[in-house]
Write a protein that binds this ligand. Structure first.
Ligand code: PLP
Length: 415
């Protein structure tokens, strides 16, 4: 397709119509057909996020210190609420970022530079020991900084295998990672055990609570079984938690936390290299959407802990109903014991890839896990409306695939 940049602009009405036409061709996430990418809380929460975002639509958080004390204050309050929620010790600190990837890149950068300073090796490039279920954002960080990643197979219950991770460490190991929970299976790694290991070896532990961080504490408050994962564990030196996932804030918004402001200092970038004088940012990006800061502040203050508990209750009740429906399908297993609302499920006697293909033909965007072959679902409130249709379609697609393979096995040519 060759695109021309037309000389003449188009009318506003034409533009809006074109946008709506484009959108009409997208997958129907509102109807629950998309198993990830979009996270929704109650409608009023979405509304206040949008309104706050629009009020600060033009402001730039890069200028928070010089021009926009409003944004500085709101970011400090968002970070402060997170420090309170995640049991941070006195002196802890954090920054808002554009997402989980930036939060993780910053934590890895801070860890590397802390190691460089403490080892007295300005060129030090160490390795990171991760459970295989950790997010590829760590591999991105390692690719950017030329670090080595060591992925260690998880236990049979899909949680990090701490003794195996200990065995994968050596003198060059600079970071251990645990997820709360991991994306593929939704299970929380044994971060308390990882914390003991990190303290014993003097190694930096990052708790990746990107997907679950803003929901797990509220799930615990309503009586769900949530293993400890946060800055209350002495070995956790940094933690990432995405506001734009189960914090129900507009994109782009995440927070990276450090148990000590001195550790946070190692993520900073400061240069005095160009005609305009010194240039410094605490995180990677320069210009940052002021709207994302204001919207996160608005959503956290609007819901409060009680509001988040209610949303957690609603999401997890829905999740339980999905799990009940799915496990009623013959042969269907939930992979591990997921703590929150991202789950993987499959039948081991049939090709789940074929089930995914059939689900795709029925208009669902199927989420997949490769090992073990499973479907994947990350649920938030907009998935409730299509829950029964989804479960019924999975059941029918499983039956179809099982029927076909039955036919193949008894085919006369094999007799
Ligand atoms: C989503 C996710 C990330 C990356 O976050 P982005 O906001 O997509 O950059 C990192 N870790 C986990 C566990 C995630 O689920």
């Amino acid at each position: 397709m060759s695109i021309r940049f037309e000389d003449q602009g188009r009318a506003r009405a034409d533009i809006m119509r074109a946008l709506q036409d484009f959108q009409a061709g997208d997958a129907d996430w509102r109807g629950g057909k998309v198993p990830l990418y979009v996270f929704s809380g109650p409608e009023d929460v979405g509304e206040i996020g949008k309104a706050a975002f629009n009020l600060f639509f033009s402001e730039n958080a890069l200028g928070a210190r010089r021009a926009f004390p409003s944004l500085l204050r709101m970011e400090q309050e968002v970070v402060g609420m997170g420090l309170d929620l995640f049991h941070a010790p006195a002196g802890a600190a954090g920054n808002m970022t554009s997402g989980g990837t930036e939060s993780i890149v910053m934590a890895v950068k801070a860890c590397r530079d802390w190691n460089r300073a403490h080892r007295g090796e300005p060129r030090f490039r160490g390795n990171l020991v991760l459970p295989e279920t950790a997010h590829p954002a760590f591999d991105k960080a390692a690719a950017l900084m030329d670090l080595e990643i060591r992925r260690v197979p998880a236990r049979a219950d899909y949680r990090a295998d701490v003794p195996a991770m200990a065995a994968a460490m050596d003198a060059e190991t600079m970071m251990l990672v645990g997820s709360a929970p991991c994306f593929p299976f939704g299970v929380i790694d044994p971060l308390a055990e990882l914390s003991d290991l990190a303290v014993a070896r003097g190694v930096w532990l990052h708790s990746d609570a990107c997907v679950g961080g803003w929901m797990a504490p509220f799930a615990a408050e309503i009586g769900r079984d949530i293993p400890q994962f946060d800055l209350g564990l002495p070995g956790v030196r940094s933690l990432s938690a995405d506001l734009h996932k189960f914090g129900f804030c507009p994109k782009p918004a995440s927070v990276v936390f450090y148990r000590d402001a001195a550790l946070q200092g190692f993520q900073e970038m400061k240069f005095d290299v160009w005609p305009s004088g010194p240039f410094g940012t605490q995180t990677l990006v320069g210009t940052r959407a002021g709207g994302a800061v204001a919207a996160s502040w608005a959503v956290l203050r609007y819901l409060g802990r009680a509001g988040f508990r209610e949303v957690a209750r609603e999401v997890l009740t829905m999740r339980d109903a999905f799990i009940a429906g799915l496990t009623a399908i013959p042969g269907m297993q939930i992979r591990g014991t997921p703590e929150l609302a991202n789950i993987a499920f499959g039948c081991d006697d049939i090709d789940m890839g074929q089930v995914a293909t059939l689900m795709g033909e029925r208009g669902w965007i199927p989420g997949m896990v490769r090992r073990p072959a499973s479907l994947h679902l990350m649920m938030s409130l907009h998935h409730e409306a299509s829950r029964e249709a989804f479960v019924r379609d999975v059941a029918e697609c499983v039956a179809t695939v099982r029927g076909h393979s039955g036919v193949a096995r008894t085919d006369a040519s094999y007799a």
